[in-house]
Design a binder for this molecule. Structure first.
Ligand code: GDP
Ligand code: MG
Ligand code: ZN
Length: 280
């Protein structure tokens, strides 16, 4: 039989059989244990999990396989960390995950805030506006397909949004995500909840995202994950341009305002992070 791993508890996996939706509690057979079995894995099983299907991607923190969509949540308060947002977007593009920027706390947004965010991100990702407080999350609801997760700074309203979607208190609001201590390592529990035709992961994580550590990305590749730089890059004198100085199309477009300062300055920070990794 085939199924989807929806929960992991110690070495026991909850596997949802693909045809019936019945959930089986299974161990992994010796064969599959080397590469590990993760929540989000498609597996074959009989009395135990016998094999893991090829993964599209694997996130380590939180441990989750085959993520399809990441809802990156920001809000007017706390003040958005756009460097973190940009890192997450790049991370998604590198791993074949569709990012969606969710602006929560619509009840608190000003027109200026909305304009600013739209201006920075309209050429980059889909931007939707919701309010968990006002139970207004249809723009997210309609986009739940495949395996979905929420990410973003603490207190932007990820837990509130998940509860709003499920219309019950599935996760705790106002709490830092739960962690389980396993000796020195701290691992977050992950669980997938069925929602319409997709699944929602109850954990967010991604909080300390360092692209240098979580991707193999080379400095020269970074700009190719910036859709808003695409046109400008054609005007750089050298194909190897990193868009830091010299005769550079990206810099010209930053000066003319076609590329936003925010995106460019954070690009430089991420570029530096990737360059620093090379020294080790
Ligand atoms: N005004 C307003 N407050 C919200 C909204 N969504 C969440 N909050 C509040 O923001 C705080 C943090 O919410 P929580 O869901 O725990 O954020 P998380 O840390 O991202 O999971 C809580 O006090 C929520 O009540 C919203 O749409 N509007
Ligand atoms: Mg939370
Ligand atoms: Zn350039």
């Amino acid at each position: 039989m085939k199924g989807l791993v929806i929960k992991k508890n110690a070495n026991l996996f909850s596997v949802e059989e693909e045809l019936t939706g019945n959930v089986f509690l299974l161990h992994a057979s010796g064969k599959t244990q080397d590469g590990g079995v993760y929540v989000g894995d498609k597996v074959e099983f009989d009395k135990s999990i016998t094999s893991v299907c090829k993964r599209k991607n694997l996130i380590i923190r939180p441990p989750l396989a085959n993520l399809d969509k990441l809802f990156i949540v920001i809000a007017p308060v706390p003040k958005p960390d756009l460097l973190l947002v940009d890192k997450m977007i790049v991370y998604c593009f590198v791993n074949g995950i569709t990012p969606i920027l969710v602006v929560n706390k619509q009840d608190l947004t000003t027109e200026t805030f909305v304009k600013t965010i739209k201006n920075i991100y309209n050429k980059v990702v889909e931007v939707v506006f919701v309010s968990a407080k006002e139970k207004e999350a249809t723009e997210v609801q309609n986009k739940i397909f495949g395996i979905c997760a929420f990410a973003g700074q603490s207190a932007v309203g990820k837990s509130s949004l998940i509860n709003c979607l499920f219309e019950k208190n599935l996760v705790e609001v106002g709490q830092l995500s739960k962690k389980i201590d396993r000796g020195k390592q701290t691992t977050r529990m992950v669980q997938l909840f069925k929602y319409n035709k997709g699944y929602i992961s109850d954990t967010a994580g991604f909080s300390m995202l360092s692209l240098a550590f979580v991707t193999q990305l080379e400095p020269r590749e970074l700009a190719s994950y910036y859709p808003d730089f695409l046109e400008a890059r054609a005007n750089c004198k050298y194909r190897s341009c990193l868009h830091e100085d010299g005769d550079c199309g990206v810099i010209k477009d930053v000066k003319s305002g076609k590329i936003t300062q925010e995106r460019y300055l954070n690009y430089l920070k991420i570029l530096q992070e990737l360059k620093n990794r090379k020294k080790y």
